[in-house]
Design a protein around this ligand. Sequence first.
Ligand SMILES: [Zn+2]
Length: 389
Amino acid sequence: MKSMNAREWLQRLVAFDTTSRNSNLAMIEAIRDALASQGIQSELTYAPEGGKANLFATLPACDGATQGGIVLSGHTDVVPVDGQDWSSDPFSLTERDGRLYGRGTADMKGYIAVALALVPEFLALKRTKPLHLAFSYDEEVGCLGAPVMLEALARRGVRAEGCVVGEPTGMRVVVAHKGMNLYRCRVHGKAAHSSLTPRGCNAIEYAARLICRVRDLADEYRSRGPYDDCFDVPFTTMGTNLISGGIAVNTIPELCEFIYEFRNLPGMSPDGIQGRIEAYIQSELLPRMRREHDAARIEIEAMPAMVPALEASERDAITRLVRALTGDDGTSKVSYGTEGGLFQNAGIPAVICGPGHIEQAHRADEFVEIAQLDACEDFLRRLAGSLTD
Ligand SMILES: [Zn+2]
């Protein structure tokens, strides 16, 4: 196969409509085949429900070594274009004024395109360490794909020394983001005619108490910290953003269901925060409900879309390397989640650095500047070059 440059790759990748609700297999298979034509095997790990896959591929060192080295990580899915007013077809790469427009150009097919375009160069380098490509599915709907890939890597005993997650940072180094935690809560009371309040147990009313408790905790984190002023919202946030309950105006509701979230600063344990909610339920709320109805209960279920926080250490080799290559010594921390925390938790230190800007992501007329792609190409070329000594 004729080798393609970054722009040609980006044109090809943007044309796959990998909106998270769709299959990403056509794109993954195109990448797999392109790598195979250069002698590189890919490991595909599939979503439990099928239709989607992650791709992991190792470009071995010159002595054939496959352990250690650096992972280049990107997600293949993109957010929907529904209801957005685009000036050109979002799935057809279009150049205007030094910019390349299309869904995913910034978030984050640009990074994947640059990495793929450089594969022939990466393979020609006399590297003493491997380079790995890790392309996931379903990042935009809560990082569902990456854990499947990381589990497979752990089973195979694959190790790496660092990971660069190429989310759009304008090629600056981002060293931290908050965690995202979502819980579904179901409060089970007892139904009765609404005129017979002593015979029922009102699930909505007890849900309301719990929701207010979440808000009280949120207020406490806001007023007492801990704080990290490198974030635009410098404290852990919590809130309830979805609720449903009850069946009729004249029936005491048996069930109320709501979903609350919290976004913890790195260094704060999500289990510790969740533990405070559970403690309130066990010590106050449930005993009070059970005085009205023996079988009252509250179920809490962690939802799959959980993104652990990232906090890169300045001592990690990958942080020092990416800082040296970009010349960026600033402390950038962002409020959006990435797969970086998952890699870090899997024992692979991670930083975030990629072409394009988050301000352009998820919007109509998403674009990446050609200059950003060029800067990324230069960065990845030098990053691979660092593996030769
Ligand atoms: Zn992204």
